[in-house]
Design a protein around this ligand. Structure first.
Ligand code: NAP
Ligand code: GLV
Ligand code: GLV
Length: 317
């Protein structure tokens, strides 16, 4: 059986596939393959291991003659037409859980960097602008004791909540369903999205990208947001209406933003690049050595299970 990978992933995963004596076919170049290249690779493959940047749409799915399983090397799977895969009897698996803490850590890195102007300060130093300690130099916002609003209290959202407790924060959250255990553990309070936006000093997004969450934070929401709040997005760029966010960053309605994900990646709005109160990271939420190794093992083990006729452990559809 043949497995096509759209990019090289850590050896921990490849070893799993080779131990089962599957034929492993890896896209040979260190860049995103084009859709045509994905179609070519998947044509006679029994399994596909894709990245979140690979659009696995109807056309790709229809071009595959023997495909039994798609393993997304990510927890988010908005790049895959999962409904169509289901219809065609193709199983989809992903990598939940193993990247939760790494992504929550990066969320906190962005919170601290945005609130305390860490990146702006670094640039200031390199530009040789430092003239010594000043009473009013680069004043930021308090993180300790702030009110944090978590939008989407799933695995990552709750992990951010646990970290927030260590910073003595008041925790508000909005999700589709109440999380009693999370409330007991962290003292978090379940509120409407409107109340969360109105009350939070720091708003952090952890919903998956779906039809309901596309532009969840749009023009109307930016009107409600508290003056001087900080917005953190490590979910997906499309959850936020980008032009509205840029306006809020320019007017000072938002004090700052910390962004790991962007609208229409790999493109990044050039206006964002010119704003000093934005901290940008290149979609690296799960990018630690250990996490990426675990993700590789996880996706390859689950894909192998399907090919061997067993039920996968992390099935999306
Ligand atoms: P998860 O456990 O499924 O959590 C998502 C939460 O969002 C769920 O608790 C769900 O609520 C909530 N939700 C879904 N639709 C909603 C809506 N319309 N309104 C309010 N809440 C809604 O997923 P996760 O593992 O935490 O990952 C979350 C997302 O983070 C992924 O989908 C991915 O896009 C992103 N991510 C990014 C990085 C990165 O590198 N930056 C890394 C990992 C993940 P209920 O539980 O109440 O139904
Ligand atoms: C990363 O963004 C993921 O969804 O795993
Ligand atoms: C700052 O460095 C202080 O000592 O207050």
């Amino acid at each position: 059986m043949k497995i096509f990978l759209t990019r090289k992933i850590p050896d921990d995963g490849i070893k799993v596939l080779k131990n089962h004596e599957f034929q492993v076919d890896i896209f040979p170049e260190n860049r995103q393959p084009t859709k045509e290249e994905i179609i070519k690779g998947v044509r006679d493959a029994d399994a596909l291991i894709s990245l979140l940047s690979d659009p696995i749409d109807r056309e790709v799915i229809d071009s595959a003659r023997n495909l039994k399983v798609i393993g997304n090397y990510a927890v988010g799977y908005n790049n895959i037409d999962v409904e169509y895969a289901r219809k065609k009897g193709i199983i989809v698996v992903n990598t939940p859980g193993v990247l939760t803490d790494a992504t929550a850590d990066l969320t906190f890195a962005l919170i601290l960097a945005a609130a305390r102007r860490v990146v702006e300060g670094d640039r200031f130093m390199r530009d040789k602008k430092f003239r010594g300690w000043e009473p009013m130099l680069m004043l930021g916002k308090d993180v300790w004791g702030a009110t944090i609003g978590i939008v989407g209290a799933g695995r990552i959202g709750q992990a951010v909540g646990r970290r927030a407790r260590g910073f003595n924060m008041r925790i508000l959250y909005h999700s589709r369903t109440r999380k009693m255990e999370f409330e007991r553990e962290t003292g978090a309070r379940f509120v409407s999205l409107t109340e969360l936006l109105r009350e939070s000093d720091i708003i952090t997004l952890h919903v998956p990208l779906t039809q309901e969450t596309r532009h969840l934070i749009g023009e109307e929401e930016f009107k409600i947001i508290k003056e001087g709040a900080i917005l953190i997005n490590t979910a997906r760029g499309e959850v936020v209406k980008e032009e509205a966010m840029i306006r809020a960053l320019k007017s000072g309605k938002l004090f700052a933003a910390g962004l790991d994900v962007f609208y229409g990646e790999p493109n990044v709005n050039t206006e964002l690049l010119s704003l000093p109160n934005v901290v940008l990271t290149p979609h690296v939420g799960s990018a630690t050595e250990r996490t990426r190794r675990k993700m590789a093992e996880m996706v390859c083990e689950d894909v192998s299970r399907v090919l061997l006729g067993r039920e996968p452990l992390h099935r999306v559809v």
